[in-house]
Design a protein around this ligand. Structure first.
Ligand code: AHR
Length: 500
């Protein structure tokens, strides 16, 4: 099958916010304990952070990490996680039915962020708590000193303020499962007052308010309209969450999901514009897609496990082992964010380590990259710059969630040096795509590399014993001649083609 793409230097969608490649770490399962933190592990540093995991995190250059939840945050007392470790209380975590030792808290997490070269994106608890705890937490984190909370941080051993700039006001408050779940109007008012208080401390903060937990929520998209009606002027971003499943192992349907993600973004973009117009506001809110990933491999089993478990500490839950098919999905979703980079300024893969994550560890043992690590790494390292508006001519198929799904899913980025990177997924199950790309306004660009991720078995996985089963490999036969790139994309494959 033929696929014709035109790239034109002047056809730019938007600058890509580097925060599109952020991630998320929740106090859930083994994300923290035996994930990033495991004193006594052979690679642990002086603070108990696993160096092997830090190296893998550095490998994806994730700009922000959202913390500490997720559902966990909605019953979390931030004070439990600061101060002398031996005095920190053990608490029952209502979200995941586990025991939280609080041996890692905000200060240690921020130290870890600095070590791996990322920035913290902190969430405040608007479920079981509210404005008062949020403003105290902010003062504790960000005030230099001379006040009760900032002096307490100093007493705890962190003399310098953390200067956390990006804050989430609660988590999934539209979800009946959430501790402290509210109606949109209730949440919007509380978010507005919390945002006002936080801005009174520092007007330059960036604040994310809760949008929908997924586009199947009965309150979607009225939720966003009502929330923003209450707090448009106080917020900067509205969050969207969505997880992708393929219980039926129906590849065509599965790979059509990015079309739905696209519609989700476009719809909420429209709601933002509606409220903006209603308020006669000059301010442009954007989207923080701060939870997204494939999540189904262990989901049903975990539901049963968690319902029956007796408050264990850091149990192995939500440990999805990803396969080659998930590489294609994650590649298409990242492409969707690049194509919608005018609307989406932050996106966090959920999550980072062990819990529905690109990085896995054994307690006391090895750490390795899951299959989905690679499309994320490619996008994060090479998907920064300007998103290009591509003209794409290729065959399509109809799926139950969307018609006219193009067999080629492609996004283009111009980097700061004037090079172009194309990220392409061939969704066709049997046919290769003969790709021809007209490079207009890019005279002189040459092929730097074409890396391909392809496996004959859609269910192929990376494991501790076989960590390199699904990895990117150099792909031959691609070339540029007379301003035209030609490549062959095998059926069901992921490609990154870099031109410099
Ligand atoms: O990432 C796992 C969970 O999914 C988060 O805690 C919650 O916000 C979402 O429902």
């Amino acid at each position: 099958m033929k696929a014709a793409v035109t790239v034109h230097r002047d056809f730019v969608i938007a600058p890509i916010d580097h925060r599109l490649y952020s991630s998320f770490l929740e106090h859930l399962g083994r994300a923290v304990y035996s994930g990033i933190y495991e004193p006594g592990h052979p690679t642990a540093d002086e603070q108990g952070f696993r160096r092997d995991v830090m190296e893998l995190v550095k490998g994806i250059d994730t700009p922000y990490v959202r913390y500490p939840g997720g559902n966990f945050v909605s019953a979390y007392n931030w004070e439990d996680g600061v101060g002398p470790r031996e005095e920190r209380p053990v608490r029952l975590d209502l979200a995941w039915r586990t025991r939280e030792s609080n041996q890692l808290g905000t200060n240690e997490f921020i130290d870890w962020c600095r070590k791996v070269g990322t920035e913290p994106m902190l969430a405040v608890n608007l479920g079981s708590r509210g404005l008062d705890a949020a403003r105290n937490f902010l003062e504790y984190c960000n005030h230099p000193g001379g006040s009760y909370w900032s002096d307490l941080r100093k007493k705890h051993g962190w003399a310098e303020p953390h200067n956390v700039k990006l804050w989430c006001l609660g988590n999934e408050m539209d979800g009946p499962w959430q501790v402290g779940h509210m109606t949109a109007r209730q949440y919007g008012k509380i978010a507005n007052e919390t945002a006002k208080a936080m801005r009174a401390f520092d007007p330059s903060l960036e604040l994310v308010v809760c949008g929908s937990s997924n586009p199947d929520m009965p309150t979607y998209p009225q939720w966003e309209a009502d929330v923003l009606d209450e707090c448009y002027d106080a917020a900067d971003h509205i969050s969207l969450h969505m997880y992708f499943t393929n219980y039926e192992h129906n590849t065509a349907e599965y790979l059509a999901i990015p079309e739905r993600v696209d519609r989700y973004i476009v719809t909420i973009g429209g709601v933002i514009d509606y409220i903006k117009a209603k308020k006669r506001s000059k301010k442009q809110l954007t989207i923080s897609f701060d939870e997204w990933n494939v999540w189904y491999h262990t989901r049903l089993q975990d539901k049963e496990t968690m319902a029956a478990q007796d408050w264990p500490e850091a149990p192995p839950v939500l440990e999805d082992i990803y396969d080659f098919e998930d590489v294609l999905q994650v590649g298409c979703i990242l492409n969707t964010f690049i194509r919608r980079s005018d609307r989406v300024k932050i996106a966090c893969i959920a999550q980072l380590v062990n819990v529905i994550a690109p990085i896995m560890t054994e307690r006391g043992g090895r750490a390795w990259r899951q299959t989905i690590y690679y499309p994320l790494q490619n996008a994060s390292l090479h998907g920064r710059g300007k998103a290009l508006r591509l003209a794409v001519d290729v065959g399509t198929y109809d799926a139950s969630i969307a018609d006219d799904v193009p067999y080629l899913d492609v996004a283009g980025v111009e980097n700061a040096e004037g090079g172009v990177t194309l990220f392409a997924v061939n969704r066709h199950q049997t046919e290769a795509l003969d790709l021809s790309v007209a490079l207009e306004g890019y005279a002189g660009l040459r092929l730097a590399e074409h890396v391909l991720i392809k496996h004959d078995d859609l269910r192929a996985k990376n494991t501790a014993d076989n960590p390199d089963n699904v990895v990117p490999k150099a792909h031959s036969g691609t070339g540029v001649e007379d301003g035209r790139l030609a490549a062959t994309l095998p059926p069901l494959s992921y490609s990154m083609i870099r031109l410099s």
